[in-house]
Design a protein around this ligand. Structure first.
Ligand SMILES: NC(=O)c1ccc[n+]([C@@H]2O[C@H](COP(=O)([O-])OP(=O)(O)OC[C@H]3O[C@@H](n4cnc5c(N)ncnc54)[C@H](OP(=O)(O)O)[C@@H]3O)[C@@H](O)[C@H]2O)c1
Length: 340
């Protein structure tokens, strides 16, 4: 049987406005989306920040300072609502589409697996199809995750060639979308890229993620507003980086001369216990006096150790992280102490 002819995207130059390039960011209200919006605005982009309609105020807390920027355009759309993404892409025809929107919590994905797949996999398909149909010159970035790895039998560190055997609905949803990106790149010639990012933190991390839960609890305990901190598995090892630096990597991946896949990691791994210990030590307290264990916080499946090998991005794009583990912990705690 004759091999199917590969379709290639029309060679159209990136559309630029007088003020610079245009970019759509899904997940702009999240940790990474907010830093990425700042980065792109700083470079003169017109940024279309995708927001979901929510019933309570406060979901724009990370981007409130951007809402009055004339180059920031707040748009309502939802990865679970195909027509809204389709119409947005058809209207804006952006130079770049950063897909950071996701049901991003691993443990919660065990409780809402179908929803996780719908947003994180079908949502990606929706965005890729919209680009293929309406704006094939648009470059696409997909936020892939180290949770796509995780089989305890596979030796660390993990790089772009490591077998991916996810251990959660979240990991499965991200792996499926990772393959969709490869398919749209290879089959349709789209500039479809992906970064496999290991955990990355900042003061803007969501409050139900373990690092932020710890930094916030430490600040509250120090100020006498809380007595105990309930945690699950303290032995899980993670490769923790700094979100603003990882967002810079995302940007560089998108500016590379060809669409490719890059692991983004620090190459250091630490247990959750070490994070807890460092956070309490920073405010002069002993963690053992405050931390209690609760079974309900364990995941049905755990990835015991995540450690990334970011050699490829360092050699190809020159990206490397600077912020060290202890400084990440301290900066998060200091922020929460100041902002309580
Ligand atoms: N942070 C990490 O360590 C890490 C590591 C690897 C990969 N990632 C991935 O990187 C991306 C950004 O991470 P993050 O830490 O910034 O996550 P985050 O703070 O949890 O933000 C997630 C964003 O996705 C939006 N979102 C959720 N469902 C959506 C939907 N149906 N349609 C449109 N938007 C939707 C959220 O909007 P609302 O504000 O309305 O909820 C929020 O803006 C995510 O895809 C995440 O899975 C993160």
């Amino acid at each position: 049987m004759a091999a199917a002819k590969k379709k290639t995207a029309p060679k159209k130059p990136a559309r630029t406005t007088q003020k610079g390039k245009t970019a759509i960011i899904t997940g702009v209200t999240g940790q990474d989306g907010s830093y990425l919006a700042e980065l792109l605005l700083g470079k003169g982009y017109q940024v279309y920040g995708v927001m979901r309609r929510v019933s309570s105020f406060g979901s724009t807390g990370r981007i409130d300072h951007l809402l009055d920027n004339p180059n920031f355009h707040k748009v309502y759309a939802d990865l679970d609502d195909g027509p809204s993404i389709d119409a947005l892409v058809a209207k804006v025809k952006p130079d770049e589409f950063y897909n950071l929107g996701a049901m991003s919590h691993v443990r919660v994905s065990f409780e809402v697996p179908r929803y996780t797949i719908a947003t994180n996999t079908l949502g990606v398909l929706t965005a890729l199809e919209a680009i293929r149909q309406h704006s094939p010159h648009t470059k696409f970035y997909q936020a892939s995750s180290s949770e796509m790895f995780g089989d305890p039998g596979v030796p660390v560190p993990f790089n772009e060639k490591t077998p991916m055997i996810p251990q959660s609905p979240y990991g499965v949803s991200k792996l499926a979308s990772y393959h969709l990106v490869q398919q749209y790149k290879n089959g349709y010639g789209l500039f479809a890229t992906t970064g496999i990012l290991f955990n990355h933190e900042s003061p803007r991390r969501g409050e139900n993620f373990v690092t932020k839960k710890i930094s916030l609890a430490v600040a509250r305990i120090k100020k006498g507003l809380q007595d105990k901190l309930e945690l699950g598995n303290l032995d899980a090892k993670r490769d923790w980086g700094w979100s603003p630096e990882f967002v810079e990597a995302i940007y560089q991946i998108m500016q590379h001369d060809k669409p490719d896949t890059f692991v983004v990691a620090t190459g250091e791994t630490h247990t959750i216990r070490e994070f807890v210990e460092e956070a309490f030590k920073h405010v002069g307290l002993n963690w053992k006096d405050y931390v209690t264990f609760h079974e309900k916080l364990l995941r049905p499946n755990e990835v015991p150790k995540l450690l990334g090998d970011a050699t490829k991005i360092r050699k190809t794009l020159g990206w490397k992280p600077a912020k060290k583990f202890k400084d990440i912990v301290r900066e998060m705690v200091d922020h929460d102490l100041q902002n309580l």
